[in-house]
Design a protein around this ligand. Structure first.
Ligand code: MTE
Ligand code: MO
Length: 550
């Protein structure tokens, strides 16, 4: 027995893989079954908060490049999925390596207390995870005490299991000894044990995650059910039974142009959390405080019922959107002009800005002058006639025309009148402090399968897309084929002065391979910036081109 070889680090890593997969499956099952935090997501969100802005931007950029290069689908949801994989992968690697380290230590250090090292390992990982989770988790329905206890117990259990596996691998089972030839005894016994452990952990993992999957369609949905969030379940969106204001415009979008009003399920989503915060309407109020005469707390019903609602069509875009990317969408926003609420809370003379803070600790600043001079700045509680979806900011978000999404918090919890501007969440991470939307234009379609007759025996191919310049309007869109003359496209009347404009150009058909370019001018006649710039730090610019063979 003394001459037996100690279990190698490689064996430690194998044990780590088996037990960590099981641990993650158990966390998943508990999240679905009783609403405890899903630890990998919390750790990932925390890492995202502490890393420098450049690193985050680099990471997001890499994800988006991968998604677009391999055409993995709509950018924002594919990116969330990628983040979730990375979160689970991060925890997996950390724990597997830790198991390997424990094996290495146990091989060198003589311990008297049998499971103490495993217990300590569990605490070393579990305690910081518990603390971090309690700081960043937004979706657990269990109390902080229960959540913390669960996290510690789970990691300690895992640590002791790793320790137990080491012990078991380090001693040879007597039964095997009796059955086998002396030389092969230890090897055979280890193999038997690892196979048994593999089978047991695989069974727990499959059953655990299987039940977890059955317990809810998705994380958010089950949280919403747990909290009775009213999402207008079953209610129809406004657009299902209403005509758009420009329905009579004779200019029809070229076939293949993106929908003028984005279906709610397709609206892009960007935020700092793996899972969006779930706000319980019954417990939520909007707290308005700071340098104001009448500090107040408003319920959602107060905001909905005590103020005249306003409706506006809005095109929102993320500053991270690439040239021609899909991180921009249009829907109908309903809410209250923020100005009307300020009239009642009365900011003092010293107050210059409002600090808006969210349930996920996101924050941004808006100048009180902007709010008072623009009726369109609104606190919105509905999209397309339905209460905001959780991922889009339920119960309340702000709209500030002409600015990228990064200036416009969702899940608002407090508004504080302050005497000076401060950099908000993304500004602190190196993004543009004003984040004014650039003038942009995109070709959505060269409708080669929809050739229409032109004058005489000419044939025309409809080309179409969108142009947008924040709230500055669009005065002109021009198309260029193969580097030739710029020719003017036709414009469809937009849904509002702040939405994108749909354009169309019927191009005299020519076979061959062609390159199409688009450029636009805002309402004041200012041309879009042609110099190519990547999104960071101020938003993408450049001329969008597409090549088609006809
Ligand atoms: N509280 C909070 N608000 C937020 C964010 C966030 O991470 N947290 N992201 C912002 C960014 S960067 C964008 S582009 C828009 C996106 O809104 P949407 O996801 O509803 O399309 O929300 C903004 N508001
Ligand atoms: Mo964004």
């Amino acid at each position: 027995m003394d001459k037996t070889k100690k279990p190698t680090i490689l064996i430690g890593l194998i044990v780590g893989v088996l037990l960590t997969v099981t641990l993650i499956a158990i966390f998943f099952l508990a999240t679905r079954a009783i609403g405890t935090p899903f630890v990998p997501f919390d750790m990932f969100d925390w890492v995202g908060r502490v890393l420098p802005g450049e690193v985050i931007t680099f990471g997001i950029d890499l994800i988006v490049t991968t998604i677009t290069t391999f055409q993995l689908g709509e950018t924002s949801s594919a990116a969330k999925t990628a983040e979730q994989f990375m979160a689970v992968g991060g925890m997996f690697i950390t724990c597997v390596i830790s198991a390997g380290i424990l094996f290495a230590i146990l091989n060198r250090v003589k311990v008297t207390s049998r499971y103490l090292p495993g217990l300590i390992l569990g605490l070393v990982i579990g305690a910081p995870v518990m603390f971090i989770s309690s700081q960043v988790n937004l979706t657990a329905t269990t109390s902080t005490f229960v959540s913390s206890l669960w996290i510690i117990l789970a990691f300690v259990g895992w640590g002791i299991a790793v320790n137990w596996a080491y012990d078991r691998l380090n001693t040879v089972d007597e039964k095997v000894k009796a059955d086998a030839t002396p030389d092969g005894v230890q090897q055979l016994d280890r193999r038997n044990f690892l196979v048994t452990l593999g089978g047991a952990t695989a069974a727990i993992t499959v059953v655990g995650s299987g039940i977890g999957l059955l317990l809810g369609q998705n994380e958010t949905a089950s949280q919403e059910i747990a909290l009775n969030v009213a999402e207008g379940e079953g209610a129809e969106p406004w657009s299902a039974s209403n005509e758009l204001p420009n329905a009579n415009d004779p200019l029809q979008p070229a076939p293949g142009t993106r929908p003028e009003l984005t279906p709610l399920d397709n609206h892009y989503r960007i935020d700092i959390n793996t899972l969006p915060p779930v706000v319980n309407e019954a417990e939520w109020t909007l707290q308005i405080s700071g340098l104001v005469e009448n500090p107040t707390n408003l319920t959602l019903a107060d905001i909905r019922d005590n103020y005249e609602p306003m409706h506006q069509f809005v095109t929102l875009a993320c500053i991270s959107n690439r040239l021609g990317g899909d991180l921009t969408s249009t829907t109908l926003w309903t809410g209250v002009p923020l100005k009307n609420i300020l009239e009642q809370v009365k900011p003092g003379a010293e107050a210059t800005h409002l600090k808006i803070t969210s349930a996920d600790n996101f924050d941004e600043y808006v100048a009180i002058d902007v709010v008072n001079n623009d009726d369109r700045v609104m606190l919105a509680y509905a999209w397309d006639g339905l209460p905001l979806k959780t991922k889009h900011g339920f119960p309340l978000r702000v709209y500030i025309p002409n600015h990228y999404g990064m200036k416009q918090p969702k899940w608002i919890t407090t508004i504080e009148a302050v005497a000076e501007w401060q950099p908000g969440w993304w500004v602190r991470r190196g993004w543009d402090r004003d984040a004014i939307m650039h003038t942009t234009s995109v070709i959505d379609t060269v409708a080669v399968d929809d050739v229409i007759p032109g004058e005489g025996d000419a044939k025309l191919i409809p080309i179409g897309g969108i142009a947008h310049a924040g709230s500055r309007g669009i005065s002109k869109v021009e198309i260029q084929v193969d580097g030739g003359e710029w020719v003017e496209a036709e414009l469809r009347q937009p849904l509002s002065e702040t939405t994108w404009v749909i354009w169309r150009y019927n191009w005299p058909f020519q076979t061959g391979t062609h390159t199409f370019a688009v450029r636009t001018y805002d309402g004041e006649g200012a041309a879009q910036i042609e110099t190519v710039a990547s999104p960071r730090p101020s938003g993408a610019t450049g001329i969008y081109t597409v090549t088609e063979t006809i």
